[in-house]
Design a protein around this ligand. Structure first.
Ligand SMILES: [Zn+2]
Ligand SMILES: [Zn+2]
Length: 84
């Protein structure tokens, strides 16, 4: 059985502080779920529409290298280039 590979869609939102990605609608405009050194991140997931994305050069947007999650983009397939 051939495994079909599709490019991942871009993350929906990006934390304004730690640049964590989210793919969940319910997290949008809510506090970031990450914590740093025991303190919850103060960032908010904002729409990624204002973000410039680069397709991951390692996995070419697939999020996988072979059968392994891509380490370069943490499996997202996209890398944040800049935020406006
Ligand atoms: Zn954050
Ligand atoms: Zn990648």
């Amino acid at each position: 059985m051939a495994l079909k590979r599709y490019k991942k869609s871009k993350p929906l939102g990006v934390c304004t502080v730690c640049k964590d990605f989210t793919g969940e609608h319910i997290r949008m405009n809510h506090r970031c779920v990450r914590s740093h050194g025991g303190r919850r991140c103060a960032g908010i997931y904002r729409s990624s529409l204002t973000v410039v994305w680069n397709e991951c050069p390692t996995c070419h947007g697939l999020g996988l290298v072979g059968s392994q999650k891509c380490g370069e983009c943490a499996g997202w397939g996209w890398i944040l280039h800049s935020m406006t």
